[in-house]
Design a protein around this ligand. Structure first.
Ligand code: PLP
Length: 441
């Protein structure tokens, strides 16, 4: 037959088709023309009008190695030609086996076993089912409640919406499943309102213990927490918090799940953010940077104690959970390569150095400017909080016009470029923000 070259659409046509047919996650419809990205290379992406931008948000915090990475592309091509995948239900595939083994090596004992999913929400959802089934198999079927921080974010499935105490997820979505409860975020409530006040009051880890005791420890399965609240405003947990909650969980037989979907794999300048506190979780979830955004993929990694309990499942003698595409070989092959690049190319070390530069420059140049309420962050996960939603949006718009993509959620503008970002590119981002803040009114 004759081959027909694909029709090239103009920027205007794409914008129109986007508006007519595509639903966007958490994006108001028709407020402004959508940025339609058509290609990318390194830390830069190009839109449908041919304009290039420095991607100051790594897509949605996921493109950690940037765009068009030759080694990742080669891995994807090789795996797709060899075997696109083979399902793990009653069988296995080479890439998934090797990735599970690699993650075990990376975390070290006792985090030895991984289950693979396709998104962060699914990984957290699986973690909840895993901890509940684990307790049930150990003769404590009443241990079902999963506690999370009031300002945590864990995804959008129905159960993850219940676990995420956000009006955006709750309104009009009920009834939500029970078995979830929320613990005060370690953050001063008065600061959150922006009002002047004396003496901050920050709920500490004791708020977790109070919640465990209020529910009855014998009914609590797990506590899940992000080392840096992501959607909750890029807020690193106070130093010592994770160590304290680890100890509280142990005291009450409660499992600790760490959601490192945004913070893991080098984002904060170390391999995993929890390593700064020298603790080990019982279960850890990763996604986003695990495949650097090249393929949808997520992992739930757990201790041998948790994983090995499933051999004793009375119904199946195994884990009753998973998806058709769990451990998809394309994602697994990409993840294996990403892990190798992070290590051998010194990407985590670059994230640490570039992150120090980013956070330092933001604090130095933007701290104290009119309308800037706070600058915070760790590694290449930084935020500038403004006094108003309008101002944050204006700065985002000014950055875009200057060729730098950043985004805001409410009053919080977040900056999280690919981990391969150069010092010069960090400076470009900070320059754009600085000029944007000065121009905003
Ligand atoms: N957990 C955290 C900390 C996240 O930041 C996100 C996504 O932004 C999720 C879970 C949900 O992941 P996904 O959007 O892949 O479902």
């Amino acid at each position: 037959g004759t081959s027909v070259a694909p029709r090239v659409h103009t920027g205007e046509e794409l914008a129109e088709l986007d508006h007519r047919h595509l639903l966007h996650p958490f994006t108001p419809v028709g407020v402004s023309e959508q940025l339609v990205i058509v290609s990318g290379q390194g830390c830069e992406v190009t839109d449908s009008h041919g304009r290039s931008y420095l991607d100051g948000r790594s897509g949605q915090y996921n493109a950690t190695l940037g765009y068009g990475h030759p080694r990742v592309l080669a891995a994807l091509r090789e795996q797709s030609e060899k075997l696109m995948t083979y399902a793990l239900l009653g069988a296995s595939n080479e890439a998934a086996v090797l990735l599970a083994a690699k993650l075990a090596e990376l975390y070290g004992e006792p985090l030895t076993h991984s289950l693979f999913c396709n998104s962060g929400s699914e990984a957290n959802e699986a973690a909840v089912r895993i901890v509940r089934m684990y307790h049930a198999m150990r003769g404590q079927p009443e241990r079902t409640t999963v506690l999370s921080l009031a300002e945590g974010y864990h995804g959008t499935t129905i159960a993850m919406s219940a676990m995420t105490a956000s009006p955006l997820l709750w309104a009009g979505c009920g009834p939500l499943p029970g078995g979830f409860a929320h613990v005060p975020t370690p953050r001063c409530a008065a600061c959150a309102t922006g009002a002047a006040h004396d003496g901050c009051v920050v709920p500490g880890p004791e708020a977790l213990e109070e919640a465990i005791l209020a529910h009855g420890a014998e009914r609590v399965a797990a506590f899940i927490v992000e080392p840096v609240l992501g959607v909750g405003g890029i807020r690193p947990l106070p130093e010592g918090y994770l160590r304290a909650v680890r100890e509280i969980c142990d005291r009450h037989g409660v499992l600790l799940i760490l959601d490192e979907i945004t913070t893991g794999l080098g984002r904060t300048g170390v391999w995993f953010a929890h390593q700064r506190e020298g603790i080990r979780p019982d279960v850890i979830t990763t996604a986003k940077g695990l495949t650097s955004g090249y393929v949808p993929f997520a992992a739930v990694t757990m201790t041998s104690t948790v994983a090995e309990a499933f051999a004793g499942d009375p119904m199946l003698g195994g884990l009753r959970h998973g998806h058709t595409t769990s451990g998809h070989a394309l994602g697994a092959a990409v993840a294996l390569t990403v892990l190798d690049v992070l290590d051998t190319d010194g990407v985590v070390a670059n994230a640490a150095a570039a992150g120090e530069r980013l956070c330092g420059q933001l604090a130095q140049r933007l701290g104290g400017l009119p309308g800037v309420r706070e600058v915070r962050g760790v590694g290449l996960l930084a935020a500038v909080e403004f006094d108003s939603f309008m101002r944050a949006a204006q700065v985002v718009g000014a950055c875009r016009a200057a060729g730098v993509i950043v985004r805001c959620e409410g009053t919080v503008l977040s900056v999280a470029p690919p981990l391969v970002v150069t010092a010069e590119q960090v400076d470009r981002i900070v320059d754009a923000l600085y000029a944007g803040v000065l121009a905003a009114d």
